[in-house]
Design a protein around this ligand. Structure first.
Ligand SMILES: Nc1nc2c(ncn2[C@@H]2O[C@H](COP(=O)(O)OP(=O)(O)OP(=O)(O)O)[C@@H](O)[C@H]2O)c(=O)[nH]1
Length: 295
């Protein structure tokens, strides 16, 4: 392989919950995309950038491929996945060690077959029967011509260097696209909205259906601090008390934890207000989704 600098886009695809976000974060070494036990927490494509001596990796973190529901939201999410695959240089198909389901198989027809698709078998730390791995890999390899297979543990940081080497060798030669210290090209506002959404999912995700989004409505930043107002949009009036909690306790906790993270991110004091708005049926109307910035 030549010593020329390489730079390119990498997409992680896989059914929900296989650990795509955790893996991206482990590779980039900073918490940018949000991680949660709940499926479907990453709705946007997020670029994280890792720059090394000989390569620049530009990661695109795609949402979980959806097959369970037929709503406009899921159709749009699947379109985002398809688009992401068409635009990138390397696709990493992430699966879970020992667990192959129809959700994994349904992705296969979308994967590029030109030698740029790598299989990453995540969560090897959780695999009880290590001997079963051989049969598991064989079964998957029989179904798709992967260019490489790398067992990893995003959580424990196992074999990540190996995965980076496999990805890096398949990136096109070319100059870096981002400054070396760029972690993400997403604006701060977007990340702030993601922080609020992350807290909501962690605290009331089990009770709240997936139709909830966060929009930053006010953003005033000076050298001394920032004033931010975030609006949480829910589908039904009945979702409001879930978010509020008894005496507003949930909302207070969500706002306080999000404010703390924002202050850390911006490295200055943050004043955060969080409102709730009800907008009926928004998650099933593509037009409404577009209004809110989901394309
Ligand atoms: N044991 C183990 N757990 C992991 C590993 N990587 C991720 N997880 C866990 O798996 C769960 C899902 O991880 P995410 O990174 O949110 O998964 P995702 O594929 O991005 O999920 P979506 O955003 O829903 O598509 C979390 O609870 C992680 O802590 C791993 O290597 N080992």
């Amino acid at each position: 392989m030549s010593d020329a600098f390489r730079c390119g886009f990498i997409a992680f695809v896989g059914r929900p919950n296989v650990g795509k976000s955790t893996l991206t974060n482990a590779l980039i070494g900073s918490k940018i995309s949000i991680v949660s036990r709940k499926a479907q927490t990453t709705r946007h494509r997020i670029h994280g950038v890792l720059t090394r001596d000989h390569e620049q990796f530009v990661f695109v973190d795609t949402p979980g491929f959806q097959t369970r529901h037929g709503g406009a939201m899921n159709r749009m999410m699947n379109r985002v996945v398809t688009q992401a695959l068409a635009e990138v240089d390397v696709v990493v198909h992430v699966v879970e060690a020992g667990k192959w389901s129809s959700g994994d198989a349904q992705l296969l027809p979308l994967l590029p077959k030109g030698g740029q698709t790598i299989l990453a078998i995540n969560k090897v730390d959780a695999l009880k029967d290590k001997n079963a791995m051989f049969a598991y890999v064989g079964k998957i390899m029989a179904q798709f011509p992967y260019a490489a297979v790398v067992p990893v543990s995003a959580l424990r940081g196992v074999q990540l260097e190996n995965l980076l080497t496999e990805i890096g060798s398949r990136l096109p030669e070319g100059e870096a696209m981002f400054e070396a210290d760029t972690l993400t090209d997403r604006p701060m506002r977007f990340i702030a909205a993601e922080l609020v959404r992350e807290k909501i999912f962690r605290l009331v995700g089990d009770e709240l259906p997936y139709g909830c989004t966060v929009v930053i409505e006010q953003w005033e930043e000076t050298d001394k601090g920032a004033r931010i107002a975030a609006c949480v949009i829910v589908e039904r009036e009945s979702h409001r008390p879930i978010l509020l909690g008894t005496g507003g306790a949930h909302m207070k906790r969500i706002a306080s934890e999000a404010r703390h993270d924002m202050a850390e991110l911006l490295d200055k004091p943050v004043h955060l207000e969080v409102y709730i708005k009800v907008r009926k049926g928004w998650s099933d109307r593509e037009g409404a989704l577009r209004d809110l910035g989901y394309e």
